[in-house]
Write a protein that binds this ligand. Structure first.
Ligand SMILES: [Zn+2]
Length: 342
């Protein structure tokens, strides 16, 4: 899980997307103006000639891609806003309303582009036969607890009633994420009853639960918002591919998404770290031996990893960082944008 800050809905502001956090910004400052790395130590000439490009420091989309998407963006926003007004009015009038799936699904191309075609929660890459869901961080149609019992709204002078869901956020950009079926839907991952995972209509909070428009800001969500919350403050990814929680939010996030229960996922995360580590070693070897064709080939792949375009970026950066750590032990310092020594 890696934080990707969503640009504001104001299209003008989209051009200013840059970094994920302050640590990354600090790392980026070590890169040249045009995005090429400067390496220190005796290998400096090699790295200056063949440096890895830090694409993550620049807006994540090429200008032409932005232009294509921007032309659609305003139309999608307009229809989402109209649908939201209608839905909120319907709830005010009748206490009920129907979410139009076709409206929020129009955000998917934007979400996919921003999240590099990966699930916002587990970083699994989508494919043609697993195209991914548009997931509502706060569920749109109903809310259930950890055991899938409906959350009840209890107010004075009225009978308890089932929470209608955060319907006013059904078409809201900040509430939508691309998610894989395993993160978004509940299903079993093994024979044991407790091995089920998937968020579904659950949304854990501590204390106050909002059921009225605008009150969601008062909630203390126990689930990592992939854009607003830095996952590394709540989760520690281990070399084994397992994830450890370091807070209540981390614990609930792991439990709801099943990030450790899905064996294939744990295995793939481990594999991603090893692959990146070997790949970076291979690249360094190519640089040392001045193998120009391999340098170019390896550099492109490494750029994809650094830019977060491959699955399990957290693990890949861990692998690259471990090689970098070994280099540091030999007195070499090669700046990398993310996971650099603090
Ligand atoms: Zn997922």
């Amino acid at each position: 899980m890696i934080r990707i800050i969503k640009p504001s809905v104001d299209a003008v502001a989209w051009n200013s997307i840059v970094t994920e956090d302050d640590d990354l910004a600090a790392g980026v400052s070590a890169w040249n103006e045009d995005g090429w790395a400067t390496a220190l130590g005796p290998w400096k000439p090699f790295f200056e000639a063949h440096a890895v490009r830090c694409e993550i420091a620049t807006p994540p989309l090429a200008a032409d891609v932005w232009c294509d998407l921007l032309s659609e963006w305003r139309g999608v926003l307009r229809s989402a806003n109209e649908a939201r007004v209608k839905l909120v009015e319907s709830f005010k009038r009748t206490g009920d309303g129907k979410v139009d799936d076709n409206i929020y699904k129009k955000f998917m191309p934007f979400l996919l582009t921003l999240f590099n075609g990966k699930c916002a929660y587990c970083e699994t890459l989508f494919s043609s036969n697993q195209p991914g869901d548009v997931e509502h961080f706060r569920p749109k149609g109903r809310v259930v607890d950890a055991a899938f019992r409906p959350i009840l709204i209890e107010e004075p002078d009225s009978m308890p009633r089932e929470h209608p869901g955060y319907y006013w956020l059904a078409y809201e950009w900040t509430n939508l994420f691309p998610a894989c079926a395993d993160c978004n839907r509940y299903r079993r991952h093994g024979k044991k009853a407790e091995s089920g995972a998937g968020k579904a209509d659950r949304f854990p909070v501590e204390g106050f639960r909002a059921h009225l428009e605008g009150d969601e800001g008062k909630e203390h969500a126990l689930l990592i918002h992939p854009s607003d919350v830095e996952p590394s403050k709540h989760l520690v990814f281990e070399e084994s591919g397992k994830v450890k929680a370091t807070s209540n939010i981390g614990t609930e996030t792991l439990a709801h998404l099943g990030l450790n229960k899905r064996e294939f996922l744990v295995k793939e995360r481990r594999r991603a770290r090893v692959t990146a580590e070997r790949f970076y070693e291979s690249y360094l070897q190519a640089v040392i031996t001045n193998n120009s064709s391999r340098i170019e080939q390896d550099r492109d792949r490494l750029n994809e990893m650094l830019a977060g375009r491959e699955p399990y970026t957290v693990m890949q950066l861990m692998g690259i960082e471990s090689v970098r750590g070994r280099l540091t032990a030999y007195g070499l310092s090669i700046p990398l944008p993310h996971g650099a020594a603090r």
